[in-house]
Design a protein around this ligand. Structure first.
Ligand code: PBG
Length: 326
């Protein structure tokens, strides 16, 4: 059975040049997306305590940061907005003068060429913190679709390059596609958070986006972490409804899903390496318990190896700076 001693796998591990030559998977900054949090005000740059290296920034500071990121070689950012005022219907989300449309205008000017992805959801805009309209204590699916579609069109009009719905309402990709097409944005791609799990790894994000649900949790719309077959059905639906890129989220605990989605559909797959995954690495590295650069490189390589084309990660800026390159 064994081909040893004719086959000795160690022969190709003898030098870094050889290892690089036969390496199957590479992490390229060109495939990374940096998340950014935009808040009201001027001159605001407020570090997020649970995410060292990440800050909430006002519009003009975000635009400056975007120029820095673009110059470093980060190709894309995904924008999350915190509005001035929150209300039950999340009105700030569809406002053509809202926080994200304003940020898009400023970034376009400061950093032409940077790809601008916008997260489309209501949780940052509603006073109850849920991702849709609430009726009798439950998130009301169908009336929410129109608001999400309005939000997507507002982002498109303000210059978004990619629309990324993260709400997990049924039918929202179709509703957004129809509205974008009708508004003259048939060319604009949708990156759907297709298999988004109700995860404990989103904790730090909710501090950064100020989007913690004020009652209950998101388990009636985000997926049960136990379900892989259902994830494939969710992805199939989003593709039928017009998604161009399908996302799995979180990343490392869900690499089996990433792999199956890639194999089953052959679509561009994005994986969201989320806030909790970032925070754990930062916390352990601060204590000197792990080598951050190596852990980051290994983690992103694993996500790519599983089948992700695109990785949304808070480490994009560090990778572009060359951290972890060896
Ligand atoms: C909004 C949204 C969330 C994330 C991305 N979009 C939070 C949530 O669903 O509660 C999480 C990202 C992260 O943890 O880094 N719906």
């Amino acid at each position: 059975m064994s081909r040893f001693p004719a086959y000795r796998p160690r022969r190709l591990r003898r030098s870094e040049a050889l290892r690089r030559l036969v390496r199957e998977t590479r992490v390229d900054a060109a495939q990374l997306v940096q998340p950014l949090f935009v808040v009201p005000g001027r001159g605001v740059e407020k570090p997020v305590a649970s995410m060292p290296g990440i800050a909430q920034r006002s519009v003009e500071r975000t635009a400056e940061e975007c120029r820095r990121l673009r110059d470093l070689g980060v190709p894309a950012v995904i924008l999350f907005g915190v509005p001035e005022r929150k209300d039950a219907r999340g009105s700030g989300a569809t406002d053509p003068e809202g926080i994200i449309p304003r940020a898009l205008g400023a970034i376009r000017e400061a950093a032409p060429g940077l790809l601008l992805v916008t997260d489309v959801c209501l949780c940052e805009y509603t006073d109850h913190g849920h991702c849709g309209l609430v009726k009798d204590g439950d998130v009301d699916n169908d009336p929410t679709l129109q608001l999400l579609a309005g939000e997507a069109v507002a982002h498109a009009r303000a210059g978004a390059d990619v629309i990324a719905p993260s709400d997990m309402m049924d039918g929202r990709v179709g509703a957004i596609r129809t509205a974008l097409d009708a508004a003259g944005f048939a060319h604009l791609p949708i990156m759907a958070y297709a298999a988004k799990f109700a995860s404990a790894f989103y904790g730090p994000f909710r501090d950064a986006a100020e989007s913690t649900p004020q009652f209950g949790d998101r388990r009636s719309y985000q997926m049960d972490p136990a379900n892989a077959e259902e994830a494939l059905r969710e992805v199939a639906l989003d593709i039928e409804e017009g998604a161009d890129i399908v996302m799995v989220k979180p990343a490392l605990p869900y690499l089996d899903i990433v792999r199956r989605v890639k194999e089953r559909f052959g679509y561009p797959v994005a994986a969201y390496h989320v806030s909790g995954e970032y925070a754990m690495v930062k916390a352990a590295a601060e204590r000197g318990w792990i080598d951050e650069a190596r852990v980051v490189e290994e983690s992103l390589t694993a996500i790519r190896r599983a089948g992700a084309d695109v990785i949304i990660t808070y480490f994009a800026q560090d990778v572009a700076r060359g951290l972890g390159r060896r």
